[in-house]
Design a protein around this ligand. Structure first.
Ligand SMILES: NC(=O)c1ccc[n+]([C@@H]2O[C@H](COP(=O)([O-])OP(=O)(O)OC[C@H]3O[C@@H](n4cnc5c(N)ncnc54)[C@H](OP(=O)(O)O)[C@@H]3O)[C@@H](O)[C@H]2O)c1
Length: 439
């Protein structure tokens, strides 16, 4: 492939991103047609169910396509989906050469489009450049497995600590790192955190620049609880969801009407405004209540039927009441199977999110939950913000990792590295074949 071909092919990526409407679960695709080294057409997939990039480009060409070259970011399809096969249209158009960024990982296509073009006598070249693998990493994971693409994010010191000996983690990294972290959030559909991090850090987990809705926040917790003093329960921007083990369903005697499992769908973050209004109404009343309470009251909200029964506590501590408060605050509940430690099972949660159509998840939790995602082979990528400081005693990046050993060590490759005014931002991709069969 000469530099002209390579340059033209790479230009299909920003073109792919021009779509004005949602293309997901389809991939974003861009296409350029060149004749005698002149660009004569461009196209991109603008909307799910709409024309594919190649069709848009072919139909908008300003000249006869006889003898031209088509550059496309992803292999043209060869099957009837929502639209007829693009490979057939390319064959009919008189295009003589097709340059492809990446073979389509979709098992329905997977090389068949390329084979069809070659059978028709068209010259085909597949670049398979890392830039295309990176661009289609979320699509690849989702089309080939039952899981969303999952990133584990952390701010760490050079001695590998995510919090100091007092559990304090604000702030390990500088403002530039934190701004980049917020951008990273915006690129994901779901943020997963833990009950312990929500209590310890009271994180906002929002994007905060107004340009994009914040992702849905999911807190993994062994028990249902509600605490109006924590941002997570205030829904200031976006949607909060609490993921608890199924046994909590029985404890809280939830009825079908408030079965969180029926509700949460992608796009729910776009209801941020409604959630904000409703949350503020609730926050106003709760703020005045909270003023007369000691801060430690929050701990009393932990759903624990047996404790409240035996202590004969007031109705405000019952789990039914907590469910009522969650409902009023617009916070949904996802029930998942429990793992062997009676936590909500991380694997099951990811599959449930995927079933609901969520394709990308970022985990922002402490050492214990982060280790759980690693142990279970659930992290596709690590996003590390590293500050040049030594914290000493404190929480390491992971607590409770399996003893993988040198021979069984999990292999990652550095995919990106950037300096952020003194900090370093590193992303690493899991290299070895994982339990979900994707390399
Ligand atoms: N620097 C950073 O980037 C960063 C980011 C986040 C947090 N932090 C720091 O990390 C510290 C907290 O770390 P941590 O290790 O104590 O807690 P963690 O990893 O944040 O959370 C662990 C807790 O999550 C809950 N959980 C729910 N489902 C789980 C599952 N499937 N597997 C494991 N746990 C599950 C359990 O609590 P329950 O059983 O009580 O529900 C468990 O104790 C805080 O000091 C915080 O400041 C730092």
């Amino acid at each position: 492939m000469d530099s002209f071909d390579r340059h033209t092919l790479v230009r299909t990526l920003p073109l792919a991103l021009r779509h004005k409407k949602k293309v997901s679960p389809n991939p974003a695709v861009g296409c350029i047609i060149i004749k005698e080294r002149r660009e004569i057409a461009t196209g991109y997939h603008n909307e799910y169910g709409g024309a594919h990039a190649e069709v848009v480009a072919i139909n908008s060409a300003r000249e006869n396509l006889e003898g031209s070259q088509l550059y496309v970011s992803l292999e043209p399809c060869s099957h009837y989906g929502k639209t007829p096969p693009c490979a057939d249209l390319i064959i009919k158009s008189g295009i003589k050469k097709v340059v492809i960024g990446m073979k389509d990982p979709n098992p329905v296509v997977a090389g068949r489009g390329i084979a069809r073009l070659k059978e028709a006598g068209i010259e085909v070249e597949v670049a398979d450049l890392p830039a295309f693998q990176e661009f289609y990493k979320i699509f690849t994971k989702n089309i080939t497995t039952a899981y969303p693409f999952t990133t584990l994010k952390a701010a760490v010191s050079i001695d590998g600590k995510i919090a100091d000996h007092n559990g304090e983690s604000k702030w390990i990294t500088n403002e530039h790192s934190r701004e980049t972290a917020r951008k990273l959030r915006a690129a994901n559909e779901v943020l997963i955190t833990s009950s312990r991090t929500v209590r310890a850090d009271n994180p906002q987990l929002t994007v905060r620049d107004g340009s994009k809705p914040s992702p849905v926040r999911v807190m993994m917790s062994s028990k249902l609880f509600f605490d109006e003093n924590l941002f997570f329960f205030q829904n200031p921007d976006g949607k909060s969801v609490i993921a608890v083990p199924e046994r909590e369903k029985t404890i809280s005697r939830l009825n079908d009407e408030f079965d969180g499992n029926q509700k949460l769908k992608p796009g729910v973050a776009e209801d941020a405004k409604a959630a904000y209004i409703s949350a503020n109404n609730i926050a106003d009343t709760s703020a005045s209540n909270a003023a007369s309470k000691p801060a430690s009251t929050s701990a009393n909200n932990i759903a624990d039927n047996s404790a409240s029964k035996s202590a004969g506590t007031s109705a405000s501590n019952t789990s039914e009441n907590i469910v009522e408060k969650l409902k009023k605050a617009g916070i949904e509940i996802i029930f998942v199977k429990s793992d062997e430690k009676n936590h909500p099972d991380a694997d099951e949660l990811l599959k449930e999110l995927k079933r609901r159509g969520f394709q990308s998840v970022m985990v922002e939790a402490g050492s214990t939950l982060s280790a759980e995602f690693i142990n279970r082979g659930l992290a596709d990528e690590l996003a590390l913000f590293i500050a040049p400081k030594i914290i000493g005693e404190g929480n390491g990046y992971f607590t409770g990792l399996n003893a993988f050993g040198l021979n069984g060590s999990l292999q990652f490759t550095f995919s990106k590295m950037r300096e952020l005014k003194g900090d370093i931002f590193l992303t690493l991709r899991k290299e070895s074949k994982d339990v979900h069969g994707i390399s």
